[in-house]
Design a protein around this ligand. Structure first.
Ligand SMILES: Nc1ncnc2c1ncn2[C@@H]1O[C@H](COP(=O)(O)OP(=O)(O)OP(=O)(O)O)[C@@H](O)[C@H]1O
Ligand SMILES: [Mg+2]
Length: 269
């Protein structure tokens, strides 16, 4: 059967809110549920998804754009059912391709079609142009936010610029490092109140992950909480979050799978 890859970015206004941690552990949970996951590491400055899996991806999208590698050859296996594409500085060059190179890339993307259930896109924090267009190419944009007022404020700034410059109207919100669900809902309401008041956008609550010192420790040990302590509070919440990704809440129905994503990224769609 044909798979339409669900392309999901996890992004944030402020740095250090847990995007990469959430992506890697969510990938583990999805993979456990038998889903095939591709991660795109779109963080140019601090690309660290591979390290989280204890691997090193030496080839990046840059090698593909320079014509030195085919896309399928830079796909780097992380663990069972999880592959990685490291963006490197290739993300910068994506929107400046000649039509010949763009077609070449799209032909290579078509070889990856139907192979993945999910593509999870890790971005740098903030509102740099490359972050914005990675997000705008994804079918679902998940804004990771913490109870820190600076995180709520910067999330709003990110949503605003994605709305005003890229006409995005639908966003999902995942609250991280909260005490409990009550606090998560409060963070969500604070953000959605201000977004609904000043912008014409809709925000969907996608769940929460509690502040968990075990998780922090597992990062220090260069391990993933969903692998080392799958029954811890944070791993259980990440599992719930991964399960909700199957529902179409927060999904932009106009946007499609892998082909659409790469076309959009290279300025075609
Ligand atoms: N729920 C949580 N409980 C406790 N610590 C957490 C939680 N989520 C993330 N962390 C910790 O926060 C730190 C930052 O996480 P991470 O690197 O995933 O953030 P990021 O948003 O990707 O950062 P950057 O913006 O720099 O890319 C890590 O030390 C991680 O262990
Ligand atoms: Mg990160």
């Amino acid at each position: 059967m044909k798979k339409l890859t669900h392309t999901v970015s996890i992004t944030s206004g402020k740095g250090g809110v847990g995007k990469t941690t959430l992506i890697c552990n969510t990938a583990i949970e999805l993979a456990r549920q038998g889903q095939k996951v591709l991660i795109l590491d779109g963080d140019l400055g601090m690309a660290n998804v591979d390290l989280m899996f204890g691997r090193r991806a030496n080839l990046t999208l840059e090698h593909v754009l320079r014509g030195q590698q085919d896309l399928k050859d830079i796909v780097c296996p992380m663990t069972e059912n999880i592959d990685l594409i490291a963006g490197g500085h290739g993300i910068y060059g994506m929107n400046a391709l000649s039509s010949f190179d763009r077609q070449r890339l799209m032909d290579q993307v078509s070889l990856l079609n139907n192979q993945y259930d999910y593509m999870l896109i890790d971005t740098a924090p903030g509102i740099d142009e490359n972050v914005l267009y990675l997000n705008s190419a994804a079918r679902e944009i998940i804004v990771a936010v913490t109870p820190d007022p600076a995180s709520i404020k910067d999330s709003y700034a990110l949503i605003k610029v994605l709305h005003q410059r890229y006409r995005e109207t639908r966003f999902s919100v995942l609250a991280n490092m909260v005490n409990d669900e009550k606090e998560a809902k409060k963070v969500f309401e604070r953000l959605s109140d201000v977004a609904n008041h000043f912008l014409c956008v809709s925000l969907d609550y996608r769940g929460y992950v509690p502040l968990d010192l075990n998780l922090r420790q597992s990062t220090r040990n260069q391990s993933l909480i969903s692998v080392t302590s799958p029954y811890s509070a944070s791993a259980a919440s990440i599992r719930d979050f991964a399960s909700t990704l199957k529902t179409s809440r927060g999904v932009n129905q106009v946007k499609g799978g892998l082909q659409f994503f790469w076309q959009q990224l290279s300025g075609v769609a």
